[in-house]
Design a protein around this ligand. Structure first.
Ligand code: DQA
Length: 143
């Protein structure tokens, strides 16, 4: 089964960006970890990151067209992008929302997600471990 792991703005700077919030794992490390988990679980995992909303919309449309499950960390777009929500709402396979930090312990503007009611589940605050957990859930619960 194919799975997309899609990361939104500023996540390409993981490892450098506010390490006290997001940890020291780089985006390249995260890609390697997701691919490794995919191999263990027999999933064909594609990891992508963009700072451009239109590019993210295109990837979500691709996932919708091809019925590919998505692990999505939409980063800041989570909190305000109706366009990302509308694209995620078109998905035809499960969506798992992931946040590295515990957004509920942070500023109030991070407590709102335009995606959570579309997602089958949400993993927040478990660091980058949230990604392999999401992949494992999809492997166990999606065919
Ligand atoms: C984030 C949390 C968001 O509030 C923030 O804008 C991000 C990353 C996380 O993974 O913890 O960029 O989605």
């Amino acid at each position: 089964m194919r799975v997309f792991v899609l990361n939104g703005p500023n996540l390409g700077r993981l490892g450098t960006r506010e390490p006290e919030v997001y940890g020291s794992t780089t985006h390249a490390d995260l890609v390697a970890r997701c691919e490794e988990t995919g191999r263990e679980l027999g999933l064909d995992v594609t990891v992508r990151q963009t700072d451009h909303e239109g590019e993210m919309l295109g990837w979500l449309h691709e996932a919708a067209e091809q019925s590919v499950p998505v692990v999505l960390n939409a980063a800041a777009w989570t909190h305000y992008s109706i366009a990302v929500r509308d694209a995620a709402a078109q998905l035809t396979a499960p969506l798992v929302e992931v946040h590295i930090s515990n957004v509920h312990k942070r500023e109030t503007f991070r407590h709102t997600s335009l995606l959570s009611d579309i997602a089958v589940g949400v993993i927040v605050g478990l660091g980058v471990d949230g990604y392999p957990l999401a992949l494992r859930w999809l492997a166990d619960n999606t065919r």
